[in-house]
Design a protein around this ligand. Sequence first.
Ligand code: SF4
Length: 184
Amino acid sequence: MGLEEKLPSGFVMNTVEQAAGWVRKSSVFPATFGLACCAIEMMTTGAGRYDLARFGMEVFRGSPRQADLMIVAGRVSQKMAPVLRQVYDQMPNPKWVISMGVCASSGGMFNNYAIVQGVDHIVPVDIYLPGCPPRPEMLMDAILKLHQKIQGSKLGVNAEEAAREAEEAALNALPLIEMKGLMR
Ligand code: SF4
């Protein structure tokens, strides 16, 4: 929003997009937010052995207003869901979400009324990370994949075009119930 909406399309826009993508992916600040056992692996990832500092993201921010990445680490209870959404709403745009572990992604083994069956019912998710719990190496792999996504993100008119194409692809996609074999 703002200045980027006013930029002309074409060569200038592509250059600005590449520069903005590089700057954004090199300074992702995670929110301090852990929900269950997966959070222990997330904390380990931020410590010296795995060293998130090499990506410029070692400082987990105490305020959501200073963070642009939410790592949902652990199962989300129904009681916690509105709090999670409030934290997400307080984060400035652009912002990203990693769903860490099977509990956050699908409810995992907690198939009951107390646990949200997938955090994507509450906030939009950019990366789903499998595992119970995922190892720090897996979280770092997810972060690197998120970096690729941030680097390739569009601005202004290009963003509108990308959103239109994504919506069209989603509408034309085969319904899950009709998928067979290797999900095709
Ligand atoms: S995925 Fe496993 S480690 Fe993570 S919150 Fe669920 S039970 Fe805990």
